[in-house]
Design a protein around this ligand. Sequence first.
Ligand code: MG
Length: 396
Amino acid sequence: MADRKAALIIVAAGQGTRLGGAPKQYRHLGGKPVLSHLLARAAAIPAIAPIITVTHPDHGQPYAEALAASGLTSDRAFRAPGGASRQASVRNGLEFLAAADFPADGIVLIHDAARPFLSEVVVLRAILAAQAAGAALPVLPLVDTVAEIDAAGGLVSNPDRAKLRSVQTPQAFRFGPILAAHRAMAEAGREDFTDDAGLIAATGQRIATFEGDANLFKITLEADLTRAEMHLGAKAPIIRTGLGYDVHAFTDGDFVTLGGVAIPHDRALLGHSDADPLMHAITDALLGTIGDGDIGQHFPPSDPRWRGAPSRLFLADARARVEARGGRILNVDGTLICEAPKVGPHRPAIATLIAEVLGLAVDAVGVKATTNEKLGFAGRREGIAAMAVATVAFSG
Ligand code: MG
């Protein structure tokens, strides 16, 4: 390990809950985990060795799968345990290199696992910049005009964007100083640094910048995964939309179930299951994206098995049907139509629950409500209606 190549530390210990389901570094992209694309690209860059991936202690299995899918041999790839914070995880990666006698004047690149499209040119720019300056980070000019806003969202000023840059990884450092800085900050009890340039800057070190790469975008949202699929050269995904509508009439009772959440009310909803119009509408919207009938066909009201059933069963079934056809749910959006009860206070709980059932980020679940202005059956408080749409991506 004591050759003159640059070490790469991949920070992959995050739990990555924003995308829902698996952490983002293990989400599938072109049929393989995101991390395996990065490992394969890093392995193809001769200037890099070794490659240390810092993973969550519980992620041994997904890491092993990503490594196997990358084709990278284990003599170039090493795993270090993640810590309680990003900073602690990087420190563990650096200590791994220290234990392997990585030279103090060698260059170490520290890179986010969620930026899989690492290119040789960026790595070479990083190494050159760090050899010259000791510490360097990749930046991109800002395309859009930048606004500084106040707490109420009003415009304060337009900072001169010529002086501003967006920051990417890999950030590059001489090994000795970055290791020393990490150790010093840990000893001082400072665990609040979200990136390594910020950490070493706190020791007084000047940081140089070098040109980043637009293809090094970070995968944070579902839309980024779709962009990454397109970048891989896969055909543009096919997006399908489905529509759902449902109504349940009021009956005697003291609560209604809306979006899986029991809400106290002076009436109940009549139906064979838990009579949840929002979940039923979303279920039908999902089934609509694959032309697979409707909820009544799969769970007939005449079947006693579904009496009182929780509707999340139907929703989970629709998700499984979509995924069995190769679909990836992008978002669902529903509207409840009723004069009462008030849905607003329960919106976060409903969105969280539906996101959980569908493996989505919470912001990919729209939950809205409106009255019917006292018009029609909903306006006369005879029942509650719900409408929903779903979008699903299929490979092209
Ligand atoms: Mg229904």
